[in-house]
Structure formats: C-alpha cells, structure tokens
Design a protein around this ligand. Structure first.
Ligand SMILES: Cc1cc2nc3c(=O)[nH]c(=O)nc-3n(C[C@H](O)[C@H](O)[C@H](O)COP(=O)(O)OP(=O)(O)OC[C@H]3O[C@@H](n4cnc5c(N)ncnc54)[C@H](O)[C@@H]3O)c2cc1C
Length: 302
C-alpha cells in the first residue's frame, strides 16, 4: 500500500507530525526488500515510538513496517518480521512457554526499531537472545550475526551505516508459562508510576542515561518536573518524559528539550544525549536545535 501526502501524526506515539510526501506499508519481507531497491533514499520506521516527526512534515519517502508481522516458531528458535510489535511478540512467545521476550511487554516498539535501538527494560535487552538479523545493506539482503550487529547501550550497527532490519532470529529458553506471565505482569506493574502510558502521548525516555547516572535523577534535581513549553510538559512522575497535551508541536518538544538539557549542563557540566530521534527537514529552527541538542536527524542518515 502506498499513501501520498500522508499525515503521519496519528501513527506516532507522540501524536506529533505533519505530512510525508510518500509512505509505503509493505506486508512481507519480499515486498519490503523490493521497495527498498526502488526507493534507495527511503527512511524506515516501525511504530514511531522513539521518533519525533516534525509538525512541518517530511518531503521524502518513508517506509513503515508495522504491517509485516509474520512469526515462525520452531522449538526454541523464533524468526520474526521486523514490523511485529514487541508486546505481541512477547505474548506469542509466552503462549508457547518461551522465555526471553518478557521485557517487551511494556513498550510499543516494533522488532526492527528494537533491534536498531538495542531496546531494553527490566534487565533484559533485545540482543540477549538474538542469533542473527536479516538485513538490507543498500544493495543486497545479508544475514548479520549478533557479533556483527555491534550492540551497545541504545546502539547497533544500524545507526552507523545504511542497514535495514528485515527480520531477526532468536534462541529462547523453555520455561513455565505461569512463570513467564508472572514476569510480564511484574514488568507491567513496575511501569505504572515510573513510565507514562500511551494515553499520555510521549516517546519514552527523552535522554539517554549518562554513564553511571540517570537522566531522570539529574533532570529531577534541577526542577525539570515543573517545566513546560507551548503544548508539551515534563511528566510530573518522572522528569525524563515529555507529554504532549494534545496540541503540542515538534518545535515545542525541541525547545523544552533545550531547556531541560541546558539546566543540567549548567548545574553539572553534563551534556545529556537524546534517545529520541528526529525526522524533518522543512523547518530550519528545528534543524538547528537538533544540531545543538545532538539529536540524530534521520534525514541526514541512511
Ligand atoms: C511509553 C513508552 C515506553 C518506552 N519504554 C521503553 C523501554 O522501556 N525501553 C526501551 O528501550 N525503549 C522504550 N521506549 C522507546 C521505544 O519504544 C523504543 O526505542 C523502540 O525500540 C522503538 O521502536 P519503534 O519501532 O517505535 O522505532 P521508530 O521510532 O519507528 O524508529 C526508531 C529508530 O529505529 C529505526 N528503525 C525502525 N525500524 C527499523 C528497521 N526495520 N531497520 C532498521 N532501522 C529501523 C528508525 O529508522 C529510527 O532510527 C518507550 C517508548 C514509549 C512511547
């Protein structure tokens, strides 16, 4: 499926974003690979839960993978398409008595986004049980081993070079279904109070934790919980989350991030590095803010 001049706002977890010139929604790995060959400049996203899309839109091509949800189980091996959402994959594995995906129950990332970001929670991360990733490198489809993926905290090789995740293979562990479900329930319970639900539009943690510290603690100590800008504000329960109060814009978010980051830098001399990524290009002020804040602007990447 292809949409032209598509308003992407409702598909982002922030509920922020303007029109994108062309958006593809492939339904299979083969179709996805074909589109990647014919649209070499396309930017790939999953569930847009870690991406701030400019309210002024993006004058380019985007591929959204969320209609690619095939999963194959064979004993303890699992091969899943990049578009499947983490919570769904966690539930499918749990129903088969397979442990390793419990952490994904509580946040909305797609498998491809989770691999690209090396997503983690509750002492588990996506790379723990990963065996290999089927990738498109700009010219051909290749299998990458876990070692070749260069996983680190919120980092994978997908951020260093043009590498698109098509599907990923995992080796999970057999476990009692009730134990797996209990672990997932505990993960969900922990989130309540610590992380906003999607009923409050947000993009998860705004800044990465600096080595040996927590971005939330630093931000809290400088009074970030009372900060707001335009239609967005810092969440009252945890200072590393920004909530969109319905009519917030991407510029509001970036200006608030600038305020948060500047105060921490002035107080502690620590430059917080954003976890959230940005897609835009039609707004010069936003581009300048991204550069200042060291936000990865996807337009300038793969
Ligand atoms: C309420 C909430 C809670 C959250 N909690 C957590 C948490 O506990 N832990 C955590 O790690 N994150 C958390 N997040 C952040 C987010 O869900 C993760 O970063 C997730 O991995 C992003 O997946 P996505 O599909 O939404 O990625 P997108 O936002 O769609 O994309 C993020 C990046 O991945 C790239 N990408 C997407 N798909 C592919 C692909 N197929 N191949 C190559 N690159 C790709 C994009 O180009 C972009 O650079 C949370 C977010 C929210 C809203």
């Amino acid at each position: 499926m292809l949409e032209n001049n598509f308003n992407i706002k409702s598909l982002t977890s922030f509920k922020i974003g303007g029109k994108v010139r062309k958006v593809y929604f492939p339904t299979s790995v083969d179709e996805f690979a074909e589109i990647l060959k014919t649209e070499p400049d396309a930017k790939v996203f999953g569930n847009l839960s870690n991406t701030l899309v400019s309210s002024d839109g993006y004058d380019g091509v985007v591929i959204l993978t969320t209609k690619m949800c095939n999963v194959d189980f064979s004993g303890t091996r699992v091969v899943a398409d990049c578009g499947i959402k983490g919570p769904k994959l966690a539930q499918l594995a749990a129903a088969k008595g397979l442990s390793g995906f419990e952490f994904m129950i509580g946040f909305p990332g797609s498998l491809g986004g989770n691999v690209c970001m090396n997503a983690s929670a509750n002492n588990q991360c996506i790379s723990d049980k990963l065996v290999s990733v089927l990738c498109f490198d700009g010219s051909e489809v290749k299998k990458y081993t876990k070692a070749q993926m260069n996983f680190a905290y919120r980092h994978s090789v997908c951020m260093d070079k043009k590498l698109i995740v098509l599907s990923a293979e995992f080796e999970l562990e057999k476990a009692d279904i009730s134990v797996i479900n209990e672990k997932m329930d505990m993960n969900l319970k922990f989130r309540k109070g610590h992380q906003p639900s999607l009923a409050l539009p947000n993009c998860g943690s705004v800044f990465k934790n600096p080595e040996g510290d927590s971005a939330g603690r630093l931000l809290d100590s400088v009074g970030a919980k009372s900060m707001a800008f335009g239609g967005v504000h810092v969440w009252e329960n945890h200072a590393n989350f920004i909530i969109n109060d319905n009519d917030g814009t991407s510029l509001d978010v970036l200006l608030l991030m600038d305020k948060m980051s500047s105060v921490v830098e002035a107080e502690y001399g620590i430059k917080l590095i954003p976890e959230v990524r940005y897609l835009g290009g039609n707004n010069k002020i936003e581009e300048e803010l991204c550069e200042k804040l060291l936000i990865e602007s996807i337009k300038n990447l793969k």
